[in-house]
Design a binder for this molecule. Structure first.
Ligand SMILES: [Zn+2]
Ligand SMILES: [Zn+2]
Length: 285
């Protein structure tokens, strides 16, 4: 699960459907340096005039050239060599149920004993897959994208995820949903990392983007019993008012750690009408 977002907020701003559809983000890399990425991105977003924005991008690119998230080589947010060397998960060896790297024959990671603390006997989705193992290199890609605001990484990350997604999923013509960020995380970063990733994935997979879930809502866990805590976690997502989930959905996030955030998102999508749900993440802890 990506508990990487930290504590859940009590409410959040729903992702804008209009904003989340249609237009593919521009191909210009976002300006950054390894010291000042967040600031430069924020400044860039405040610009209204396209001409001024472009001029600013050129200026910022000169000052803070785009660099590889892993090796720091200039010119690209993720260089071909580092892309090649990422710790890819072999889908022929991985567990199709939970995406564990070596669980194809017998998986030790999606059994009822391990899932019991989260209130499950088995994962609530149909199948899950992750593109890479969350090594230090993969983590650098994720943190540079998410926490340092390098939005230009969304496209190469989505390209990797598309390449590694099981072909049978794509053959089912799924819609692409995502696990929305908390209001606090979205405000802190200035964008919803999973939403942008889903938008890029919908282009790469030629699939419909479906912003179906409201941002997570969770009560203060401290005073709750264990059962109430599990229930609280399981109900932290819901389908946006008036939305109906398509029949087949791929729900995406950047990282799967224990799975519980994606479990909760899956449950909400199921309640919202989705029949077949696949969970796809870039990295798996
Ligand atoms: Zn590199
Ligand atoms: Zn498994």
């Amino acid at each position: 699960m990506t508990m990487a977002d930290g504590q859940m907020a009590l409410f959040d701003i729903p992702p804008s459907t209009a904003e989340a559809s249609k237009k593919r983000p521009g191909s210009a890399p976002s300006p950054r340096s390894h010291e000042g990425r967040g600031l430069s991105s924020r400044r860039r977003r405040q610009r209204k005039s396209p001409l001024r924005e472009r001029a600013f991008e050129v200026f910022a690119e000169t000052l803070f050239p785009t660099r590889c998230a892993i090796c720091d080589a200039p010119g690209t947010p993720l260089c071909p060599e580092c892309t090649r060397r990422l710790p890819y998960i072999d889908t022929l060896l991985a567990c199709p149920r939970c995406g564990a790297p070596f669980g194809r024959i017998q998986c030790t990671e999606c059994n009822s004993v391990l899932l019991a603390p989260f209130g499950y006997q088995e994962p609530p989705w149909d199948e899950a897959a992750s593109a890479v193992i969350l090594t230090d290199e993969a983590r650098r890609v994720v943190t540079t994208y998410k926490d340092q605001g390098e939005r230009a990484l969304a496209r190469p990350i989505a390209a990797i995820m598309t390449r590694l997604a099981p072909p049978s999923w794509l053959a089912a013509r799924p819609a692409i949903a995502f696990v929305p960020a908390t209001v606090a995380a979205r405000r802190r970063r200035g964008f919803d990392h999973a939403e942008l990733l889903a938008r890029e994935l919908s282009w790469a997979m030629e699939a419909e983007l479906a912003p179906l879930l409201s941002p997570p809502r969770r009560l203060d866990q401290r005073k709750l019993s264990r059962t109430a805590r599990i229930q609280n976690m399981r109900e932290s997502f819901s389908v946006l008012p008036g939305a109906t989930a398509p029949r087949t959905v791929i729900v995406v996030d950047d990282v799967c750690t224990t799975g519980s955030t994606l479990f909760a998102a899956t449950e909400a999508l199921r309640k919202g009408g989705a029949e077949t749900i696949y969970a796809l993440t870039f990295a798996r802890a």
